[in-house]
Design a binder for this molecule. Structure first.
Ligand code: NOJ
Length: 593
């Protein structure tokens, strides 16, 4: 099936469902934004900012909590779960797009940047959420879709209306090479040519993603001004920052040169290409600098969806003078799909040597659930704790994905007819789409996992009877309580907040271990990433710690509940040990002399 036919079909279906959902909620009104809140900047002796000590949590609003029982999550649903998030140890929530949208790409096709889609509620609901979140000490991060709009956005509707319209040059229009031939060979990430012919004006427009997501022309200063204003508008409403969607795709080659063709084809059957002229063009850094200047005025934070291939690219996103993104996401972990201490060590060393603060992510709404990705089907809960024990104790800010803390498993559709994500229809069966990682949050073991009293837009994952918030809160051995205890530790332990990362026993193929060292204190983290028992020993005198034992802070091994002997630790399969070391006062004095 042609991609355009497919997505138009989905668009129509989803428009209908959003229209139905809208009937059950009052119409959205634009009301006066509350005054911007000043947020305190520096939070510790190291000069760290609030976001460096914060734990971020991604919420996919369709799937988090459904307050009006229409099968789709909403903003009042999120408000109702703030107590839970606070208890868990969350400081900031990133809400993926909840603006008005035809929902072709489930919100990443925005038709109005300054409003809330009726399926999620109203602007008043947003203001209520903002004020409830503030009461809970939780910041709100919105998702700014900068690369493209929906084809239903008024800018595009005007743009396509005539070659001389006011907004014509807000998008990328071009003549074809010849009859029926697009301007060049550029391929859409979501399949097929990235050029869509529009018979109204006999030209093609460029879309990196679905045809219903035309790319904005960032070479036009009016586009920049308009999007910068959008960011101000939300800051004035109280948001603490943005996650910037698809920032690496903002610019394309103005000469429209063909991308080099690589061998083979992708899951959609298109020729593979090197994105030489469509990705990571240097011009995007000026845009990031501009957005950052505005963010700084509001003490806000910019997180980037930054798929980097190497350290150099990552460093560029921080900006040569630290004047671009504070938090370019490091997706390197998401590419290590197995428990491999050596690969993790390499990734961490690389990110630690970057010019800015590390940001760790193990899952999101586009990536297979970490519980399934790392799991071996036998020890999945233990493995989920090992992964948490790793990325929540590193130097840097973690961004959790909702449900990861309870071990939601991947739930890919079994039949093509059940797929909601258009790329899953197009790429079936090689590409099943992203439904599997977007299933409803599992609140309890009742029907629909307590997410909604109606059938949810996606079926809940199979493990909801055992893996849900209510049951896990009662189980001292659960993944959830492990997360909660670990996050509480990370909020209060100076070495975990501010300490250096020092890799230990780097030749060990099974046990990953390291210190987080801060002044006279250190936290030792030891993770058995194998299915076999392992032994590990530590001589930490070179790091300034000559004690023979560590005092346990948190562990999954009952026998090490109070302390661990450093010269020889025996670790059961897939286990976590986190202990504290303190330098004796005499030792510290001697070293300071
Ligand atoms: C990245 C988002 O995470 C993804 O869900 C979306 O489809 C694309 N950007 C296009 O906006």
């Amino acid at each position: 099936m042609r991609p355009s036919v497919l997505v138009i079909f989905f668009s129509a279906m989803l428009c209908l469902s959003s229209a139905l959902a809208a009937q059950s909620k009052p119409p959205t009104t634009k009301s006066k934004p509350p005054a911007a809140q000043a947020k305190s900047t520096v939070v510790d002796a190291e000069g760290h900012q609030w976001w460096q000590h914060a734990v971020f949590y991604e919420i996919y609003p369709r799937s988090f909590a459904d307050s009006n029982n229409d099968g789709i999550g909403d903003l009042p649903g999120i408000s109702s779960k703030l107590d839970y998030l606070k208890w868990l140890g969350v400081d900031a929530i990133w809400i993926t797009p909840c603006y008005p949208s035809p929902q072709v790409d489930f919100g990443y096709d925005v038709s109005d940047y300054e409003n809330i889609d009726p399926m999620y509620g109203t602007l008043s609901d947003f203001d209520q959420l903002e004020s409830d979140a503030q009461e809970h000490g939780i910041h709100i991060i919105m998702d700014l879709v900068v690369n493209h709009t929906s084809d239903q956005h008024k800018w595009f509707i005007d743009s396509r209306s005539s070659r001389t319209s006011k907004h014509r040059d807000w998008y990328i229009w071009h003549d074809g090479k010849g009859p029926g031939q697009p301007p060049n060979n550029w391929i859409s990430v979501f399949g097929g040519s990235s050029w869509q012919f529009d018979p109204r004006t006999n030209q093609y427009y460029y879309h990196r993603y679905y045809p219903q997501q035309p790319d904005l022309n960032w070479r036009n200063p009016a586009v920049k001004d308009a999007m910068f204003d959008v960011s101000r508008w939300w800051y004035d409403r109280g948001v603490a920052g943005f996650r910037l969607d698809a920032v690496d795709t903002l610019f394309e080659d103005p000469e429209l040169r063909d991308n080099p063709v690589l061998p083979g084809t992708n899951v959609y059957g298109d020729p593979n290409e090197e994105n030489k002229y469509t990705l990571n063009l240097p011009e995007l850094h000026d845009v990031l600098k501009g957005l950052r200047k505005i963010a700084d005025k509001y003490d806000a934070v910019l997180i980037g969806e930054t798929w980097t291939r190497n350290l150099d690219q990552l460093n560029r996103y921080y900006g040569q003078n630290g004047d671009e993104l504070q938090m370019p996401m490091d997706f390197l972990f998401t590419k290590v799909n197995k428990l491999s201490p050596s690969e993790f060590r390499n990734q961490i060393a690389a990110v630690n040597s970057a010019s800015g603060w590390p940001v760790y992510v193990i899952g999101n709404h586009d990536i297979e659930r970490s519980y399934t990705r790392y799991g071996d089907s036998k020890h999945n809960d233990a493995i989920a704790k090992v992964i948490a024990g790793l990325y929540l104790t590193l130097r840097g800010t973690p961004i959790l994905y909702y449900g990861e803390e309870i071990g939601i498993e991947q739930n890919d559709p079994q039949f093509k007819k059940d797929v909601k994500d258009p790329i899953g229809k197009l790429g079936w069966p090689n590409e099943k789409g992203r439904d599997g990682e977007r299933t409803p949050m599992q609140w309890d073991d009742t029907l629909n996992a307590g997410f909604s009293r109606t059938r949810p837009w996606l079926p809940v994952s199979g493990n909801y009877r055992t893996h849900n918030v209510l049951s896990e809160q009662k189980d001292s051995n659960s993944i959830l309580l492990f997360y909660q205890q670990l996050l509480s530790l990370r909020h209060t332990n100076e070495a975990l907040l501010d300490g250096d990362y020092v890799a230990l026993n780097e030749d060990d193929a099974n046990v990953m271990s390291y210190l987080r060292r801060y002044k006279d204190k250190a936290v030792l983290v030891v993770l058995n990433m194998s299915a076999e028992p392992q032994k590990a020993g530590f001589n930490l005198a070179p790091q300034g710690f000559s004690a023979s034992a560590a005092t346990t802070l948190l562990t999954t091994m009952p026998e090490l509940q109070s302390s661990a002997n450093l010269s020889q630790m025996t670790l059961a399969p897939f286990t976590v040990y986190i202990g504290e070391l303190t330098r004796a006062a005499t030792q510290a004095r001697a070293e300071n002399r």
